[in-house]
Each structure stands twice: as C-alpha cells, then as structure tokens.
Design a protein around this ligand. Structure first.
Ligand code: CA
Ligand code: CA
Length: 418
C-alpha cells in the first residue's frame, strides 16, 4: 500500500521540483557537487578494475528521486544496501532493495530534523540509469523518513546511532549499528557499543538485547557488518559472518561466524537460524591460519585471552587501516570482494574465502578525483553483467575553506571490471 502511494507521488513531485530547483542549482550542478552529473570514467588500470564513474546522486534535491521534497532527506550519508524478501497475504513474493543511511537532515547543509539513521525502500534493480527510491520507512502520515534506532544526540554520552550493516535471516531484518560516543577529527570517532535492531514486518524495529557488544580495547566489534555466506554455492546460505571494526577508520578487520546448519548438516529453519544468531555464545572468532593454512576459529573467551597475550595482526582478516567495510561474493571474479576506505582512497581486495587471505589493494578512487568521499557499499544484488559491473554507494561531504558544508549526499557509482 505504502509503496504504491509513494510511487504515484514521486513522479508529480519530481516534475514540480525540477523547475523550481533549477534556478539555484546551476552553480553546484556545474561543479558536480550535487551528484547530478555523470562523471568521467576514472581509471588507474589495476589488475581487475577497468574504471569507475558516478552515475547519479541517490539522495538530496538533485538525486534521481528528489528525496528532500518527498521524504525530508535533504542531506545524508552511507547508503548500505541489502535485499529484503517477503510474502504478502495473497502469497506474492516481493524482493526489495533496502538502503540504510546514517545521520540525516532535512537539507544538505546539516540543518533540520536530525535523524541518526533512516532506511530507503526500492524495487529499482536497474542501476545504469540511476536509482529511484519508492519510500522510506516511516511512521509519519506524510511519509517522511523516520529514525529506526533512537539516537540520543548527547555528546560524550551517545552522540548518534549509525547503521553499519544489515541482513535478512528467516523473515527478519537485522540492522547492525554503532552507538557513537563522540566524533573526533575526520575519520575518527569512538563507539560505546555495537548493537542490533530487528524487524519482522519491515517497518518496526526493536532492540535485540542479546546481541550487544561493548567496546573494549582487545576485541573491538562495535562497527559490525553481517554477510550471509553460501559456502558451497548451492543457493542456500550456510553461515552468517560478522565482520568487525573499532570506531573510526583506523582499525583492522576482524571476523566471527555462526553456522546456519544443525550439527548433522541440515539447514535450520528461519526461526531456528534467528535463535542461533541471536546468541553470541554460538559464534566462533577467526584467529589466523594454522601451519597447514587452515583457518582457526575459537570461542570468545579463548579469543579474548589470545588477544591479551598476543595482540597481533594474525586475528585480523584485513590489516589496518579499514574504513566502512563492504564485502560480497562476486561470481564474475569467483572471489569475495572487499571494497572500503583506506586513508584517502577507496580500494578493493579479493579473496577465495570471506575470511581471506585477501589480495593486495587495487585502487578504485582517490580523493584527488572526488571531493571528500567515503565508503563503497555494495551487495550481490547490485552486481550486473554477471558481476563484471559493480554498482556501489559512495558518500560525499564537500566543505568550503571555512569547513562549512557545501553538500552531503550519497552517489550511485559504477565500477567496470576487466
Ligand atoms: Ca534505475
Ligand atoms: Ca550452501
């Protein structure tokens, strides 16, 4: 119901918005800072990457769908995509692309109606012409995007609650988030904890009390990214992996996992899988490779002690520094593909297994090509041409010489592989 209503509204608003916005848009449009300009291809000619370009903005007044007018999402960042499949009362199955955004404001200058997190809904899986947004998760009559996870907005207590990943297990959506205590300089922040909110109707989210991980200096899983892994590629997921970073963009990537199968190898039901993943005692932590090259998985107590005695890089899946991690299987490469920020670059690393070992970095973009970017979030549903074309979400937050915000949006990017 909601989706139909907004699909109809969307066209009218976009048409009405065009002429009004066009007058004061020209300066930003010509600079490309509105994200409404398809960029040139940028190529560093690496082993696997042919080139990368921006297709369009996904959020803001210049986006493919004007999210400022329709959903009160004028400025936002991140854009973490995941698929959500549900069956309605009449037995019809729908698969949506859901997209999580971080700190969100009414306009692109960080003014008005601060929400710590919002979630877009779309069924547009044709990315080459931009990404239309059908709706945002909303409890408001006007359909304006509302916060899923409360952000307390008190500095040094809980500044904000930023989504870091999401996945569907059984009929439930699990949204992972970090409770940020305080922001530091660019690329620095400190987390209180990493937590999870769950929804079984796709609209209402409640806290999963058993899935909280508090910050400690040893095994810091507060910026967590879940990934369902179909190990034998038979079409059913066998594992939930959770990749973890500390707050900020300077830590190494760690990993834990939990099986979605019973002891005898049979696949658990959706409800049984939910019960399994909601108990952190069921997870095992990656602690490097043994002498024969096999991964070592250990329980949390053992892991914690191992780190205490030997705080080494062996337990890191990808060594520091990592920012805003995204990992998915790419069938074209037949590899797991990690795309993330390292200093002022976006890079890609490949591995045969989700736990690695990962190859050396290939450059996707550098900050000399795009103004103040971060993150390269993708998911298997955003691959095209069998995986040779990779679409991903990238944030841009350009500021002027006085550090005043010029724009704050998420762009849809296209990366061609060789
Ligand atoms: Ca499209
Ligand atoms: Ca499988």
């Amino acid at each position: 119901m909601r989706k139909k209503r907004f699909a109809a509204l969307s066209l009218a608003f976009v048409l009405a918005g065009c002429s009004a916005a066009a007058v004061n848009a020209s300066a930003e449009a010509s600079s490309g800072l509105g994200g409404d300009v398809v960029s040139d291809w940028i190529s560093y000619d690496t082993e696997h990457i042919e080139g990368t370009r921006r297709i369009a903005a996904v959020t803001g007044r210049y986006a493919t769908t004007n999210t400022l007018e329709l959903f009160d999402v004028g400025g936002t960042d991140l854009g973490i995509p995941f698929t959500y499949t549900y069956t309605d009362g009449e037995g019809n199955e729908t698969t949506e692309l859901r997209i999580l955004f971080g700190d969100t404001f009414s306009d692109e200058y960080l003014q008005g109606s601060w929400r710590s997190n919002v979630m877009a809904i779309t069924t547009d899986f044709e990315f080459s012409d931009g990404l239309t947004i059908d709706a945002f998760v909303s409890n408001a009559e006007n359909g304006y995007a509302t916060e899923l996870i409360p952000g307390i907005h008190v500095n040094q207590q809980q500044m904000t609650a930023i989504p870091t990943g999401a996945t569907q297990i059984g009929d439930a959506i699990y949204v992972y988030y970090m409770a940020v205590r305080v922001w530091g300089d660019d690329g620095e922040w400190w987390n209180n904890l990493g937590g999870v909110y769950k929804s079984t109707d796709g609209q209402n989210f409640t806290r999963v009390e058993s899935m909280y991980i508090y910050a400690n200096k040893m095994a810091n899983f507060t910026q967590n990214y879940p990934l369902l892994v179909d190990e034998d590629r038979d079409g059913t997921d066998d594992w939930l992996y959770v990749f973890g970073l500390s707050g900020g963009r300077s830590s190494g990537l760690r990993c834990m996992r939990v099986s979605l199968r019973a002891e005898d190898g049979t696949l658990l039901s959706g409800e049984e899988q939910q019960e399994r993943v909601e108990n952190l005692d069921n997870y095992r932590y990656f602690n490097g490779f043994d002498e024969s090259g096999e991964p070592v998985w250990i329980a949390y107590n053992e892991y914690y002690m191992a780190l205490e005695w030997n705080y080494s890089e062996q337990s890191e899946v990808i060594s520091a520094p990592c920012g805003e991690m995204s990992i998915c299987y790419n069938p074209y490469l037949d590899k797991y593909m990690a795309t993330y920020q390292q200093h002022n670059t976006l890079i890609m690393r490949l591995a045969d297994q989700p736990y690695g070992p990962y190859s050396s970095a290939e450059l996707i973009l550098t900050s000399s090509e795009f103004n103040t970017f971060y993150n390269a979030f993708t998911t298997e549903a955003m691959l095209a041409d069998g995986g040779q074309t990779v679409y991903f979400m990238m944030s841009q937050w350009p500021r002027d010489e006085n550090n005043a915000t010029l724009n704050y949006f998420v762009g849809l990017m296209e990366m061609k592989l060789k």
